[in-house]
Unconditional design. Structure first.
Length: 313
């Protein structure tokens, strides 16, 4: 198969629409159809199931996509790297994070990105919950790792990198602190500390509910101006907070303990991008994030990385 034919196949496998594939690649729809038929004749089997309403990959098509995609991404990166070196080109990439484990992933990705693209540098910064999307919307950042779900005009979501189990951060003297696990119904027995006027609301509403699954009200603890106040107030006995389980590795301190939550949704962390679509360098960086989230460093739990398409420009 020619490289261009592979590109047509992979684009159709992503779009699952002949017209959109042709438009994206700027070729006639007949060219897409011709190439796919030629490939299917070569393999002696269908790669796509077509009806008047839908286009779907066959099992053979899915297998071929999964084999070809990583290889073509490596080829593209190699060609871009060689081109940049030949021109002496370089640039800067600015990325944000909300949690320290997200920062750790960004820093490892930055090192790998620099190895792949000499002349490029990656700058990382923490993003405040007070202004969670402003830096991305203002163009100060080109991508961000943040808590999902996200519903915000001008922001597109990329792949999920981590699906984190949750824990309840409690004062050591609380009667729930000695348990092996707690459940969502137990939240009715302890005030939950909350951040004052925090965004994003969809994330807060999912992970800081007002009622238990059985409808019991969850008491509100004092509001805090920043997340860094919460462990201090928990240690002082003012309430509890729902956190990612791995927060115990980063925020342990005297007076608090972390008890796993055995039910409820996971805390998902994923990539946020400008809605108009990422540049090629940003796409390459997100590919690295995906790979590193699948191959954790020592002591880290692996992230779950679904195969999600990048948003289209």
């Amino acid at each position: 198969m020619e490289l261009r034919d592979i590109e047509i196949f992979l684009t159709l496998a992503e779009e699952l629409h002949f017209g959109r594939t042709a438009e994206r690649l700027r070729i006639p729809p007949s060219r897409v159809s011709h190439v796919i038929k030629k490939q299917e004749r070569r393999f002696g089997a269908a790669l796509f199931e077509r009806t008047s309403r839908t286009v779907r990959l066959t099992p053979l098509g899915e297998e071929l996509r999964d084999e070809l995609l990583p290889a073509t991404q490596r080829i593209r990166r190699a060609l871009e790297r060689a081109s940049a070196q030949g021109r002496g080109a370089g640039g800067e990439l600015h990325a944000g994070y909300t949690r320290p484990w997200c920062a750790s992933l960004l820093l490892r990705a930055a090192e790998a990105f620099g190895d792949e693209r000499p002349g490029w540098s990656v700058h990382t910064r923490e993003v405040s919950f007070r202004d969670p999307y402003g830096p991305l919307l203002r163009g100060e950042l080109q991508l961000q790792i943040a808590e999902f779900p996200v519903v915000e005009s001008g922001i597109a979501t990329g792949p999920v990198l981590f699906r984190e189990s949750r824990a309840l951060m409690l004062p050591v003297g609380h009667h729930l602190a000695g348990r092996a696990t707690v459940c969502m119904e137990d939240l009715a027995e302890v005030p939950l500390l909350r951040l004052d006027n925090i965004r994003p609301r969809p994330t807060v509403d999912v992970h800081f509910p007002h009622r238990t699954p059985m409808g019991r009200p969850i008491p509100h603890g004092p509001s805090c101006a920043s997340w860094h106040e919460i462990p201090v107030r928990v240690a002082a006995g003012f309430g509890a907070s729902i956190v990612a389980a791995r927060a115990a590795d980063y925020h342990a301190r005297p007076g608090i303990t972390f008890v796993p939550l055995r039910d409820g949704p996971t805390l998902d962390y994923g990539v946020l991008l400008p809605a108009e679509g990422p540049a090629s360098a940003v796409r390459a960086f997100v590919d690295i994030l995906r790979t590193l989230a699948d191959v954790p460093s020592a002591g880290e739990a692996p992230g779950s990385v679904p195969r999600q398409a990048f948003p289209k420009p």
